[in-house]
Design a binder for this molecule. Structure first.
Ligand code: CA2
Length: 139
């Protein structure tokens, strides 16, 4: 089984700032834990701060991978282009968030991606990604 973990803008700063919201681990550190946990899954990781690169990555893997676990960061709340890319591929996408966006500012309550995703997991810290991967396995 092939699963892509896809992170959007500013998630490269994880572990470096705002630890009270996003924790103290970098994603690279957490990705090692994730790979150890899912030895039978071929996990790959990609992060970009650019909307077009995220769209390109969805197109690149979106007809061959079994799943995408995506945290689109702030593009979640703004991007019709990413929503259209998700709609345009056959690989199912699970939307994840580290924080519970519904406890935060109102502009974070709207997701352009949720209506085109298989499901949404949010508010469990980095564990949200683990739950996202599991959602593809336990089918
Ligand atoms: O809770 C999440 O996972 C978010 O997708 C994170 C996004 C935010 O815009 C969404 O509303 C919710 C922000 C990611 C920025 O991550 C940082 C990490 C450390 C320091 C600064 C930003």
């Amino acid at each position: 089984m092939k699963i892509l973990i896809l992170n959007g803008p500013n998630l490269n700063l994880l572990g470096k700032r705002e630890p009270e919201i996003y924790g103290t681990q970098t994603f690279e550190q957490y990705f090692e834990t994730l790979k150890e946990k899912f030895l039978n899954v071929e996990l790959t990781y990609f992060q970009s701060n650019s909307e077009g690169s995220l769209v390109d990555k969805i197109h690149e893997v979106g007809f061959s991978y079994d799943g995408i676990v995506m945290n689109a960061g702030a593009y979640t709340h703004t991007s019709v282009a990413i929503a259209d890319a998700i709609s345009g591929v056959t690989t199912p996408v699970v939307e994840v968030h580290i924080s519970n966006v519904h406890k935060r500012e109102a502009f974070r309550h709207k997701s352009f991606l949720s209506p085109v995703c298989k499901g949404v997991i949010l508010g469990f810290g980095l564990k949200s990604y683990e739950l996202g991967v599991e959602s593809f396995i336990s089918e």
